[in-house]
Design a protein around this ligand. Structure first.
Ligand code: NAD
Ligand code: MG
Length: 397
């Protein structure tokens, strides 16, 4: 891209959002910040607006938007503040935006992602739940809108970096892909003690510093389950073509196994600024701020299989992919509710798997629900209700 990209960062106050600003700050000649958004944390978004002076900022909570507008006015910052969920869709599709970083967490990112896709943007996707919920509808919006969908999740960026630019050649080349997983903080924990895990322990990831929801997902390996579903859509694979191996060092970020059994891998230090920089600069490469991999200080790179006794929910990814369309929407909704309840100390850590499995089995998607955003969001709501009813019957931590 020769022209400067004009960025809308959805979820700029989060972990991926702030890493994106870190990369962008290194390349003022290439990127300008047009819009920043957050859910409710006024202090963080105010500080970002004062530094970047974007044309627009949006907060989902009206009270937070009001507080932000007053704060910016008092500081003489010209940024216009919008409020409500619709503002995110409008900014994602704004004619002056070239590039949307989708770094909201959860299904709340679906509508703005689809808006960006339909408007033909360069869409950098960290928000995996949006693709897990949206599935075929999301991919149709990308195609019909002429958008460029670029993966930011480190595993999917790794696969993408291993593949040629021409997507038409992928099907003929790929035998299968291998997503690597760190195994999270409880990889070696006795499965009999999973019930006692606290939110603080679950959020202490050994290799990555991330938001709380994805940290819990890494601890249950539901993050990898969501990534299996994400990979199915991004790369047009069958469920059988997606395999997962635990690689505790997080140095190999994922691999493509070609038809001739040649294996292509992407390696690097675990730093989200690498996939973010690749999404921003593709097909070029720019400096990311990540440190280089020092091969001589690396110890062994090891691999193991995910065990069902420790990570039972992980295997639901394939069940959901083989189920009726909309099953992945149900699984995601159950998991969002279960993780939120666990973080709120309402359910035990090991109950997350139980909620996910039971809700996936109990809530049957209707065919027409997968045809529109409203249909998907009503299915999402049905699954959340089922999860809440079930959780009300479970014993507290
Ligand atoms: P985070 O919790 O740090 O940040 C989430 C952002 O989304 C915040 O800006 C928050 O204000 C905003 N947000 C939350 N709820 C919202 C809502 N209802 N409506 C609008 N905005 C809302 O999360 P994160 O760790 O940065 O993760 C963001 C996404 O990227 C997730 O989907 C995650 O799975 C994915 N991801 C993250 C990492 C990582 O290293 N953190 C790596 C790979 C993928
Ligand atoms: Mg990942």
């Amino acid at each position: 891209m020769s022209q400067r990209q004009s960025l809308c960062i959805l979820g700029s106050t989060g972990s991926v959002g702030s890493n994106t600003l870190d990369v962008v700050a290194r390349h003022p000649d290439r990127y300008e910040v047009f819009a920043l958004t957050g859910a409710q944390r006024v202090d963080e978004l105010a500080a970002q607006c004062l530094q970047w002076r974007p044309r627009f900022a949006a907060m989902v909570q009206p009270d937070a938007a009001l507080a932000l507008a007053q704060r910016l006015k008092a500081e003489g910052c010209p940024t216009e503040v919008l409020s409500g969920a619709q503002a995110l869709n409008d900014l994602a599709a704004h004619p002056e935006v070239t590039t949307v970083m989708a770094s909201i967490v959860g299904a709340a990112g679906l509508a703005p992602c689809i808006a960006a896709a339909r408007a033909g943007k360069r869409l950098l996707l960290a928000n995996k739940e949006a693709l897990v919920v949206g599935g075929a509808l999301f991919m149709r919006a990308v195609e019909e809108g002429g958008a460029t969908l670029l993966p930011i999740d480190s595993e999917h960026s790794a696969i993408f970096q291993c593949l040629p630019e021409d997507r038409q050649t992928w099907r003929a080349r790929i035998d299968h892909i291998v997503l690597t997983a760190s195994g999270g903080p409880f990889r070696q924990r006795d499965p009999a003690t999973l019930a006692d895990i606290t939110p603080e322990q679950a959020c202490a990831h050994p290799n990555w510093v991330m938001g709380r929801k994805i940290s819990v997902d890494s601890a249950t390996m539901m993050n990898k389950a969501l990534e299996v579903i994400e990979a199915r859509w991004l790369f047009g694979l069958t469920p059988e073509q997606i395999k997962v191996v635990i690689h505790p060092q997080s140095i190999i970020h994922s691999m493509v196994v070609c038809k001739d059994n040649s294996v292509l891998a992407q390696l690097g230090t675990p730093d989200m600024r690498v996939p973010i920089a690749y999404g921003l600069s593709f097909p070029e490469r720019i400096e990311s701020g990540a440190s280089a991999l020092d091969f001589l200080s690396l110890k062994a790179l090891t691999f193991e299989a995910p065990e069902r006794s420790r990570f039972p929910g992980f295997f639901l990814a394939w069940d959901a992919l083989r189920g009726p369309e909309g099953s992945t929407t149900v699984l995601n909704a159950a998991n969002e509710e279960a993780v939120a309840a666990f973080l709120d100390r309402q359910i035990r850590f090991d109950a997350i798997h139980r909620v996910n499995a039971d809700v996936l089995a109990a809530v049957l998607p209707q065919a027409q629900e997968s045809q529109s955003i409203d249909g998907l969001l009503s299915l999402d709501q049905r699954a959340r209700q089922a999860a809440k009813s079930l959780m009300a019957t479970l014993s507290k931590p």
